[in-house]
Ligand binder design. Structure first.
Ligand SMILES: [Ca+2]
Ligand SMILES: [Ca+2]
Ligand SMILES: [Ca+2]
Length: 245
């Protein structure tokens, strides 16, 4: 769809002089925009209207897995769901409501806490993809020099859920346990949601728009090197998956 829009904005040059004398160049003033399913207007379109990229697996900032089959990316699907009033901005309230809706799905026994058995369920049943922790780089990027010395491929910069989301949070639910009592309260989850909101509101204007969100790889499993523009270059974690050294 976007490509179609680009093509419209930059039409092939056809020689207007080829028109027979007296023929009105009627179509010129009204370029055809009858692209099927096009809900994006070219004129004055806000940059926030561009869909979020990325692949078909996405872990939301609060840890909810999204899977899409085609069409929109999983990140885009999350944005649309979180943007409850569909104004292309996610407010802190919308972000927290999205978080607490997800919290309720994790709080199986409805005691307003996510406790260890519910964390286990989250990690093994709800979002098993976050457990696929690889500390090894893409083997196709390994280099062998003339002497046969092999240079390991670069380590991936993200592990766990961090490979599928905007934030470098390998386990976004457990990391909301602010007081380390092995349970996540509603208040903790809300507090952490607001913190994560602020991290993603890069320009600090109080709303999250699509254009300020980090770009996601289509193939996050191949992500390595420096990661995206969200940075985290400072050794936020060390890629050993908590296995102990
Ligand atoms: Ca909104
Ligand atoms: Ca519970
Ligand atoms: Ca913002």
């Amino acid at each position: 769809m976007l490509l179609a829009g680009v093509a419209l904005a930059d039409p092939p040059v056809t020689a207007p002089t080829a028109l027979p004398a007296g023929t009105q160049p009627a179509a010129a003033a009204t370029p055809s925009v009858a692209t099927p399913g096009a809900d994006i207007t070219v004129n004055g379109a806000a940059p926030t209207m561009a869909q979020l990229g990325g692949g078909h697996i996405f872990i939301s900032p609060m840890g909810e897995p999204y899977h899409t089959q085609g069409g929109v990316s999983a990140a885009e699907q999350w944005f649309r769901d979180a943007d409850a009033n569909h104004d292309n901005r996610i407010t802190p309230q919308e972000f927290q409501e999205d978080a607490m809706r997800f919290f309720a799905t994790l709080d199986v026994d409805h005691n307003h806490l996510i406790e260890p058995d519910e964390i286990d369920r989250y990690e093994s049943d709800v979002a098993p993809e976050i457990r696929v922790i690889s500390t090894y780089g893409d083997p196709t990027l390994a280099k062998t020099d003339d002497d046969g010395n092999v240079t390991d491929p670069p380590y991936p910069s993200r592990i766990g859920a961090g490979r599928f989301g905007f934030l470098d949070a390998p386990e976004p639910v457990v990391s909301a346990d602010l007081n380390f009592d092995r349970a996540i309260s509603e208040q903790e989850f809300e507090t952490v949601a607001l913190r994560r909101f602020k991290m993603l509101d890069v320009n600090g204007d109080g709303v999250i728009t699509r254009d300020e969100l980090p770009r996601l790889d289509v193939h996050p499993e191949r992500r390595n090197g420096r990661g995206n523009r969200f940075g985290q270059g400072g050794g936020h974690h060390h890629g050993h998956g908590g296995a102990g050294d």
